[in-house]
Write a protein that binds this ligand. Structure first.
Ligand code: FE2
Ligand code: FE2
Length: 187
């Protein structure tokens, strides 16, 4: 499937809004742990499952395609883009570490609160910083490319899966996560 560059950028921005909601939910859970309360482990696991199956597997690869196009079409827009790949990898690995922590807790293994807080805090911080860089810098450069190449299409055939939480076909296994998103937006 190919997509108009402008539509791809619109979708990526929408993903960021949704990922920011996930990070807000995750931050709330970190606060609970810090306050000595029991967090909602199922919710943390659902958040990290979403981040793995959608953000890491679909959102980041789509961005990589966009950034490759920027490099190819406008080398003057490419400064610093070589940092994106390692950052996407780091985010994926941090997310996996956190998901492993939560799965270990669920299976009864001893994972210290400190470790969970540390891994979750690192994940939230790293991803927020990365998204801010993209919003404030990289996506603006992508806009410059769109201005000059209005009719440019990009092939995202390998990564055109729908968002299982915010997309048109919600996945049943994310019901609990959706309820939490609704109560977050109502508060
Ligand atoms: Fe990214
Ligand atoms: Fe992104």
């Amino acid at each position: 499937m190919t997509i108009l560059l402008a539509d791809l950028l619109r979708d990526l921005r929408e993903d960021h809004r949704n990922m920011a909601i996930m990070l807000d939910l995750l931050s709330q859970q970190i606060d609970h742990i810090r306050d000595g309360e029991r967090p909602d482990y199922e919710l943390i696991h659902d958040i990290m499952r979403y981040m793995t199956v959608y953000s890491d597997a679909v959102h980041h690869p789509k961005e990589d395609v966009l950034y490759s196009a920027m490099r190819a079409e406008k080398p003057e827009l490419a400064e610093g883009l070589e940092r994106v790949g390692p950052e996407h990898r780091d985010i994926g690995e941090s997310g996996e570490a956190l998901r492993n922590d939560v799965e270990a807790v669920a299976s009864g293994a001893a994972v210290t609160r400190e470790r969970l807080v540390e891994d979750a805090t690192h994940y939230v911080h790293t991803l927020r910083k990365h998204m801010a860089w993209e919003e404030e810098d990289l996506f603006r450069r992508a806009n410059d490319l769109i201005r000059d190449e209005k009719d440019m299409f990009i092939d995202i055939s390998n990564f055109d899966q729908l968002d299982p939480v915010f997309g048109p076909e919600r996945e049943h296994s994310f019901e609990n996560l959706l309820r939490n998103i609704k109560s977050l937006s109502a508060s």
